[in-house]
Design a protein around this ligand. Sequence first.
Ligand SMILES: Nc1ncnc2c1ncn2[C@@H]1O[C@H](COP(=O)(O)OP(=O)(O)OP(=O)(O)O)[C@@H](O)[C@H]1O
Ligand SMILES: [Mg+2]
Length: 315
Amino acid sequence: MGRSAAVLPLTLALLSAAAAAWDLRALRCSFTADCECGFGPDLRGLECELAVTLVGQPLVRRQLMEGLRQFLEKRSPEKPLVMSFHGSTGTGKTFVSAMLVRHLFPEGLQSPHVHQFSPIVHFPHAEHVERYKENLKHWIQGNLTNCGRSVFLFEEMDKMHPGLIDVIMPFLGPSWVVYGTNYRKAIFIFISNAGGEQINEMTLDLWRAHQDREEISLQDMEAAISKAVFENPQSGFWRSGIIHEHLIDFVVPFLPLKRHHVKQCVINELVQQGLEVRHGVVQEVADSIPYFPEEEKLFSSTGCKTVASRISFFF
Ligand SMILES: Nc1ncnc2c1ncn2[C@@H]1O[C@H](COP(=O)(O)OP(=O)(O)OP(=O)(O)O)[C@@H](O)[C@H]1O
Ligand SMILES: [Mg+2]
């Protein structure tokens, strides 16, 4: 958790006291275009970094860039950008979300306008759900008043108590400008493992049909993911109005990674650590990782997640 995690309880307590200040700021924002708060999107830089560092995720690149382009070219978007990242462990969801915010705000995750939520840290107790709902609503409202370009990242959605996330529904749609605050310029990103099984199954079916992973139908995958998370009580989106009302603009599927992708991750990691890229090490690290399904051993069970820690064993 970054700085936002540490300041959350304190700032929540100060929220009501700060309400008057927001109103003043909101009033000023309604008369000037001075509310972009350091927001400086660099789409070309993002595209370039994705192309160089992200392996095996053709749909991610496509969905992310298209979503951002469509959204950012509008001076006055009709609704906030809402994206949902899905996929099994180690496929790059957190990696991409951090890269994305680095190309929206120069300070990246350290920016005061980037807010990360993790259920285990921020919403740990089921019996306090009603309080969490109130806090979350106020936190989002307060920060959007302060900076209409705020980014909200919801990590580990599958650990979110059922029903909790629906409290933010009013911020995700084409709501009216309230007290001069334009809620429609914000970016919301949900991240979860839910839907990962469906993604893996579809990718496997495609492989068995001798088709390339680039040929996966995004529409089919999107439908399968939405259905899976809506029907799964452990997805954070169980029977959620966010799914039912189609408030997610872009579903971003992270495909399971194959052995050659893992090898690429090993090479990237060696280069990043300033170590020599030795063929033997790359091979050994990739071989030390478990693969599924049992028979074909095609996809890495942990994606590239354990690559960095394994390198020291083999180097
Ligand atoms: N597709 C990828 N391309 C390049 N590197 C990757 C990719 N996926 C994962 N990695 C590497 O593995 C590390 C761990 O990945 P990351 O934390 O993004 O996984 P995750 O999908 O968020 O997993 P989890 O669901 O467990 O949170 C990253 O920091 C990155 O170094
Ligand atoms: Mg993650």
